[in-house]
Design a protein around this ligand. Sequence first.
Ligand SMILES: *Cc1c(COP(=O)(O)O)cnc(C)c1O
Length: 367
Amino acid sequence: MEGRERPIRVTRSSMPPFGEYTEMIRELWDSHWLTNMGDLHQRLEGELASYLHAPRLSLFVNGHMALETAIGALDLTGEVITTPFTFASTTHAIVRNGLTPVFCDIRPDDYTLDPDKLEALITPRTSAILPVHVYGNLCRTDQIDEIARAHGLKVIYDAAHAFGEELEGRGVASFGDASMFSFHATKVFNTIEGGAVAYKDPELAHLIDGLKNFGIMDEENVALVGGNGKMNEFQAAMGLCNLRYVEQEIGKREQIAARYRMRLNGVEGICLCAEEKNVKRNYAYMPVVFDGFKKDREQVFRELTEQDIHPRKYFYPCVNAYQCYRGRFDPADTPIAQRISMGVLTLPMYADLPLETVDEICDIILG
Ligand SMILES: *Cc1c(COP(=O)(O)O)cnc(C)c1O
């Protein structure tokens, strides 16, 4: 056991050099301005809008509030078509806005919402589509946007996994009407907790910025029934520091992903996601699907856990099988999502994960 780092978790939060962070927050002791769209908030908003090629961007206290607020700002009604193969937040944001999620199955190769199954789910009550760039695999945005246009539907992307990605030089933030990003501690880029909405229509600015601050427009005018979604200055400081290193970190992640692929690609019963050539990726996750492999997912999970290595069953169960939604949906309606969720493990992936540890993990899986 000597010399081996343990435990190995699925991820490890990126942190800037300590001194850089303290330097960044020093000015807060002069200004005593800790939140409510301060200087650091404004700086980070500008830097991120530019890094993400976002036409407009609004920072939030976390990704979930960003998504909930974006849905609210688009004034949707009735049904929203979405994917069951995602994190709880995506669906909860729909339901907490008083809307009904309708689950569309996923593509078997990249696990994103399958646009070929979309039109059959559209009803007169449908108002929007909420697809997820799951694991940073970009959705079929052209096809989705075309269907949305034909039916007059809004499109909001859950881009929590797709920070900084580009399709043929176009930033992910430019797809659909709006995109939500998460800057949670476990994501490729973090502000401890945090998130943002990128959006196109300039008319939405007062709604999105208003709804995240109780609908307060000025000292004497509260125009919207808003909540509190504001990012504070300590979060923004973390973001400004981490943003300096994010490209370097993605570069390291790429090496790790390549090592996993070298070891696991082509092994019978192990499926790795299809990798599009025209996408600048962020290597946020390393999902592996065991389907017809000599060991099932549970056995691989157990063997790794016994060695104090902790992959995650992301995403199992599917959202339409959650206890809180029991009786409302049938997971059998989305059989591909159900099957992938039974076989998937996301393996440890973070910038400083040693390649020797990747080899160890692969040895255990293949052994
Ligand atoms: C992390 C995540 C969210 C929520 O973001 P938070 O910043 O944790 O609130 C939403 N959707 C997906 C797919 C996520 O992975």
